[in-house]
Each structure stands twice: as C-alpha cells, then as structure tokens.
Design a protein around this ligand. Sequence first.
Ligand SMILES: Nc1nc2c(ncn2[C@@H]2O[C@H](COP(=O)(O)OP(=O)(O)O)[C@@H](O)[C@H]2O)c(=O)[nH]1
Ligand SMILES: [Mg+2]
Length: 291
Amino acid sequence: MAVTGFGRRLKNLFTTEKISDHFFEDLEDMLIESDLGAKTSLELVEKLRKEIKRNTIVNEKEFIKTVRDYLSEYLIVDDFKPDENKLNIIMILGVNGVGKTTTIAKLASYYKKEFNMTSVLSAGDTFRAAAIDQLIYHGDKLNMRVVHQQQGSDPGSVIFDSIDSAFSRGEKIIIADTAGRMHNRDNLVKELKKINKIISNKVSDGIYKKFLVIDATTGQNGIRQAESFNEAVGLDGIIMAKYDSASKGGIIIPICRDLKIPVLFLGTGEGYDDFIKFDRENFLNYLLGIE
Ligand SMILES: Nc1nc2c(ncn2[C@@H]2O[C@H](COP(=O)(O)OP(=O)(O)O)[C@@H](O)[C@H]2O)c(=O)[nH]1
Ligand SMILES: [Mg+2]
C-alpha cells in the first residue's frame, strides 16, 4: 500500500502545486491511496476546498493540521470495559487469517492485566482443528480455561456450553472465537446469526459485544468485511490487527465514518503485549507523519 510518506506527500502537494482543480484531484488521489475510500476522500476534498477558498489555510503545516482535524471528526473511539458484576460475552468476528485467535489471546491478557479479570476462551471456530489447538495453546500459556469440542462440531453448542459453564463457575468474561470461512458466505452468515441468537437469548441480563478484527494491510476489503459482518449480526467495535506492518491503517477512518462503529484496539505484533488501546492523536499523527 502506498501510504509511506502520506503526510510528506500532502505537504509537498501544498507547497509545490498551485491551488487549482488539478491540486484537488491530486489530493483526492492521495487520500484514496491512503485507504480512506472514495466517499470519505471526496467529502474531505470538498471540506478542504471550502477551507482553502476562505483563505484560512496559510501554510503546509496548517494544511496538514486541518486534514488531521477533519479526519479526527470521522473517528469514533471507544474502550469497552467489562462489567465485574455481570457475564460479559465477547464474540470475535472476521475473515480467515486477519488475526482473530491471536487477538482473543491478547484481549484476554489485556483484561487480566488491566482489570485483573480472567477470561474463558471459547473455541467457536470449529471449522479447522488447528484453530481449536491454537486457542488451547493460548489458554495454557495464559492459564485460562478453554471450552472446546472436536473439529466439525456445532459452534453454537460450544458457545452454549461456554455460557452455561461460566455461569455456574461465576466466571465473568467469555471471549468466543468464530470461523472466518464456511464453504460459502451464506453459510457463514447463517451460522453467525444462529450463534448470535443463542447468545442474545442466553445472556439477556449480561453484556454482549461483537468485535470485528480487520487486518490493517487489506485496504478497501476491510470496509467490505465490516459492512458484511455488520449487516449479518451488528458490530460493536473494530480491532485492527497487524498495525505493525507497512500499512498505517487509514482504512479504519471510512469504517468509522460509514458504519458508525467505534475502533477499540490495535494489534502491533504477535506477542500478547503487542496490543494497544486506540489513541486518536497518536494514530492521526502517525498517519500524517506529524512529529
Ligand atoms: N505482525 C502481526 N501479526 C499478527 C498480528 N495479529 C495476528 N498476527 C499473525 O497473523 C496470523 C493469523 O493470525 P490468527 O490469529 O491465526 O488469525 P485468524 O485466522 O483470524 O484466527 C498469525 O501468524 C498471527 O501470528 C499483529 O497484530 N501483528
Ligand atoms: Mg483463528
């Protein structure tokens, strides 16, 4: 993704190009290349066009700052804190390979460190044996209980068991893994809707959250993934994994803007501690190369 030096290129554009239609076209291209998506980029260009017409932007520093302020308005940031007195069930969604299972381990580790709360890990991705083993491995490392059945079993049943056993043991957080791929998309949606219904019925007085994991490097696909999962079950938050890769994660901005879903965390590596609460200022400064 051609995002490296996004801020520098914006600055260059402002200092070297005359303000003209051409300037705004180039600006739009740069925004789109940074994963902001066509709609957000166009809207941003219009806002900047007005601002520039009013002569409120005098130099490249102010130009970047104005871009940052507008982008900031799009971002919705949240930090879900589990309720110690209720059962919190968090369903982790996302397509294959984005980082779901790793994110579950990081989230469980984060809740332990931050709130001293232990999670139950629920192996709802029953599609592949490796996914179950991977969660058991993390459970061992983190010293947390993993509820699982064998490969090919009904994920709804795994989640059902997880909730029952957590209730009877007084455990307060369940983080559930889900499969990112069925043999076709309709099947996946059907499956997720079923699980969603089971959880909603079973934890009516608990807290139920659905977080989508997206991969920072997937670009525009991230928006489509968020749209599909949001349509299927409704999302409460986004976690963006692989933020340590070359991508600066611009994709999160149109997701917040279009779907009004908050962003919660960033995954920054493969270790449990490579996980940070989303910080609006830091994120935008990094995206725009502001020191
Ligand atoms: N660099 C980096 N790698 C990650 C991150 N999160 C997950 N991964 C890696 O991405 C791969 C897929 O992760 P996994 O959790 O199995 O994805 P899942 O298929 O969605 O469950 C694994 O090799 C992970 O170690 C991250 O934040 N940064
Ligand atoms: Mg997995």
